[in-house]
Design a binder for this molecule. Structure first.
Ligand code: AP5
Length: 214
């Protein structure tokens, strides 16, 4: 299957796995969080709107996100499929994707991870501000400390990875995004995958769950 939605709490590994699966399947990795961070860094109008929500760990309003994803999915590279990372996050967003005709998702994969592991992963995360590649200081370090393997940029820690914002993001996930599990389960499209263990093993589990190969 090539139209895949990745679900899971903050820090479950959606971005890490989406990048790997996109390479395997030859489809684009579309991360709404990355699009917001790029726009915030570039100071665009979209970035100005998103900044206050992202930095507090709140969701950006549905109408802003849905319009942005619709535009992204209409581009030629998404015609053969996609890995959606961080979208949908509300029932309204899931409905908007459902009515996108041929672009509706074939499968939604939940990456499960206990909360204490989520917090450990987020507090050790470093990100490349240029290419958005994600590292972890212990589990997934760059070859040279503090430097992106791909483009040599200095790595940064995300604004929303402060402990109080992590707590808010987890609460928002439970309140607004967890109902999507039932939404996709009721449609026979939910696959639940253990997000723990080495990155390569998680990729294999997702590939099996989505009928692909890794
Ligand atoms: P977004 O960027 O989507 O953040 P998130 O969902 O909170 O997820 P994260 O990016 O924090 O974690 P992840 O699951 O991708 O984990 P990662 O692979 O990095 O959204 C940010 C904000 O944007 C939201 O709060 C909201 O404001 C806004 N937004 C975005 N989409 C929206 C939407 N649809 N509607 C409204 N608002 C929206 O991994 C985490 C760490 O663990 C890394 O350091 C990684 O190296 C490490 N790691 C990964 N896998 C493993 C492993 N198997 N073992 C050990 N370490 C691992």
């Amino acid at each position: 299957m090539k139209k895949v939605v990745l679900l899971g709490p903050p820090g479950a590994g959606k971005g890490t796995q989406a990048a790997r699966l996109a390479g395997i399947l030859g489809v684009p990795h579309i991360s709404t969080g990355d699009i917001f961070r790029e726009n915030i860094a570039a100071g665009t109008e979209l970035g100005r709107i998103a900044k206050e929500y992202v930095e507090k760990g709140e969701l950006v309003p549905d109408e802003v996100v849905v319009g942005m994803v619709r535009e992204r999915l209409s581009r030629a590279d998404a015609a053969g499929g996609y890995i959606l990372d961080g979208f949908p996050r509300t029932l309204a967003q899931a409905e908007a994707l459902e009515v996108a005709g041929e672009l509706a998702p074939e499968v939604a994969v939940l990456l499960e991870l206990p909360e204490e592991e989520v917090v450990a992963r987020l507090s050790g995360r470093w990100t490349c501000p240029r290419c958005q590649r994600v590292y972890h200081e212990r589990n997934n370090p760059p070859r040279n400390p503090g430097i992106c393997d791909d483009d040599g940029e200095a790595l940064i820690q995300r604004e929303d990875d402060r402990p109080e914002t992590i707590r808010r993001r987890l609460a928002v996930y439970r309140e607004q995004t967890e109902p999507l599990l039932e939404y996709y389960r009721a449609r026979g499209r939910l696959r639940v995958v253990d997000g723990g263990g080495p990155i390569e093993e998680v990729t294999c589990r997702i590939s099996e769950a989505t009928g692909g190969s890794s």
